[in-house]
Design a protein around this ligand. Structure first.
Ligand code: AQP
Length: 329
C-alpha cells in the first residue's frame, strides 16, 4: 500500500473547519487505501510560545478529534511527534541540508516572523522538522492544505538533494492537495485563510463549537451586495467559500448546490449550510468529549501508535546516519 503521512499542530482547544476540510477529511479518506500515519505535531507547536499545561491538554484533545473525525486507530497509526525521537534526529541532518536563504524565503516564516517581536530559531527551521516528519516514513503522499504547498516542495527538494549527495535514501513524496478544498476562508473576511488567529472569532468555525454557535456564525457570514448564488471566487468570495464548504461537507458538486438554490436568497444558503454543518460536526463534538472522558485509553492508543511509528522511523535514521558518515555506536 502507498503510504500517507501528515500531522496537525496541537495549538488550539479545537481544530477549525479549515483543518477539518483541508486535512482531516483527506486523512480519513486516505486510510481506505493507504498505510496511514497521522501525528499530533507538539514539537512544531513550540516554535511559538506555549503554556505547558495547555500544550499537554491540547495534544490529547487533538488526538481525540482525529479519532472522532473518523481516523481509526486500528487501521491508521496515530501518534504524538515528541514520542518518536527520530524526528529531531533527522531534522538536524535536514537543517544541515537546507540553505539559510531557502529557509528565510518560506512565506510562513516571513508572515509569522513579521508579526512577532521575539522570533525563535525554531520558526525558521520549522520546515526542516516537517521534512523529517515526512521523509522518516518514506511517505508517498502528504495530505495537506494549500498553505503547506511551499513546505512540501522544500521537502521534495531536500529528499532529492540528500539522495543525490549520499545515495537513494528517501522516497520523494507527492503533495495531496485537493484543488477545490485546499483553502477554506474566514467567514467574516473571505479573502483570508480561515485560521485560529482570526481577527474576528465569528469568522472561525471550530469543529467543537456548540450547534447554536455554529449556526450563528454561518448565519452572519459576510457575503456581498448582489443577490445571485453563484460560484465566482474573484467577484463573490464569501458566497463561493460557503459553496465550497457545503460541497466539501456533503460531497455534492458545487454546480448541483447552485442548481438546488437557484432563485433563493443568501439567507437560505446560510441556513441550509448551518444545518449540514451541525449534522456533520455535532457527532464529532460528542465523540471527542466521550473520548476525553477516558484519557487512559487515549494514551494507550497514542503509545501503541508511537511504537509502530518508531520502528519505521528508527530504521530511516539508521540509514541516514550511516550515509552521512556518523560512526556506529
Ligand atoms: N483554511 C484552511 N483551509 C484548508 N486547509 C487548512 N489547513 C489549515 N488551515 C486551512 C491545513 O490544516 C493542516 C494543519 O495545519 P497546521 O497544523 O499548520 O495549523 P493551522 O491550522 O494551519 O494553523 P493556523 O490556523 O493557520 O494558525 P495560525 O493562525 O497560527 O497560522 C495543514 O494541512 C494545513 O494546510
Amino acid at each position: 500500500l502507498p503510504r500517507s503521512v501528515s500531522g496537525i499542530q496541537a495549538t488550539s482547544d479545537s481544530l477549525h473547519l479549515g483543518n477539518y476540510i483541508g486535512a482531516l477529511q483527506q486523512f480519513v479518506e486516505h486510510q481506505e487505501h493507504h498505510d496511514a500515519f497521522y501525528f499530533i505535531a507538539n514539537m512544531h507547536a513550540i516554535t511559538v510560545e506555549q503554556d505547558p499545561a495547555e500544550l499537554r491538554e491540547r495534544t490529547l484533545r487533538t488526538a481525540a478529534q482525529f479519532i472522532a473525525a473518523g481516523i481509526d486507530p486500528e487501521r491508521s497509526t496515530i501518534f504524538v511527534q515528541s514520542h518518536v525521537d527520530a524526528h529531531p534526529k533527522l531534522s538536524w541532518i535536514l537543517e544541515c541540508t537546507t540553505g539559510l536563504g531557502e529557509a528565510q524565503r518560506m512565506t510562513q516564516f516571513k508572515d509569522k516572523s513579521a508579526k512577532k517581536e521575539n522570533v525563535s530559531l525554531g520558526l525558521l527551521t520549522y520546515p526542516a522538522l516537517m521534512a523529517a516528519d515526512i521523509l522518516l516514513y518514506q511517505a508517498d503522499v502528504v495530505p495537506v492544505g494549500e498553505d503547506q504547498r511551499q513546505h512540501l516542495e522544500l521537502t521534495r527538494n531536500l529528499a532529492e538533494r540528500f539522495n543525490h549527495r549520499y545515495g537513494a535514501t528517501f522516497t520523494v513524496p507527492e503533495a495531496g492537495i485537493l484543488k477545490e478544498t485546499a483553502k477554506i476562508y474566514d467567514l467574516q473576511d473571505p479573502t483570508s485563510k480561515m485560521s485560529k488567529s482570526a481577527a474576528n472569532p465569528a469568522g472561525l468555525i471550530n469543529i467543537l463549537d456548540e450547534p447554536k454557535a455554529l449556526t450563528k456564525k454561518f448565519k452572519s457570514a459576510v457575503t456581498d451586495n448582489d443577490t445571485v448564488i453563484a460560484f465566482d471566487p474573484e467577484a463573490k468570495p464569501g458566497v463561493s467559500n460557503l459553496l465550497t464548504i457545503y460541497s466539501a461537507l456533503t460531497g455534492d458538486s458545487v454546480d448541483s448546490i447552485v442548481a438546488e438554490y437557484e432563485g433563493k436568497m443568501y439567507g437560505h444558503l446560510k441556513v441550509g449550510l448551518a444545518e449540514i454543518a451541525v449534522e456533520k460536526l455535532a457527532p464529532v463534538r460528542e465523540r471527542t468529549l466521550e473520548l476525553l472522558d477516558d484519557r487512559a485509553e487515549l494514551e494507550r492508543i497514542l503509545l501503541a501508535g508511537a511504537d509502530k511509528a518508531q520502528a519505521i522511523a528508527d530504521e530511516t535514521v539508521r540509514v541516514a546516519y550511516e550515509r552521512v558518515g556518523f560512526l556506529h555506536r
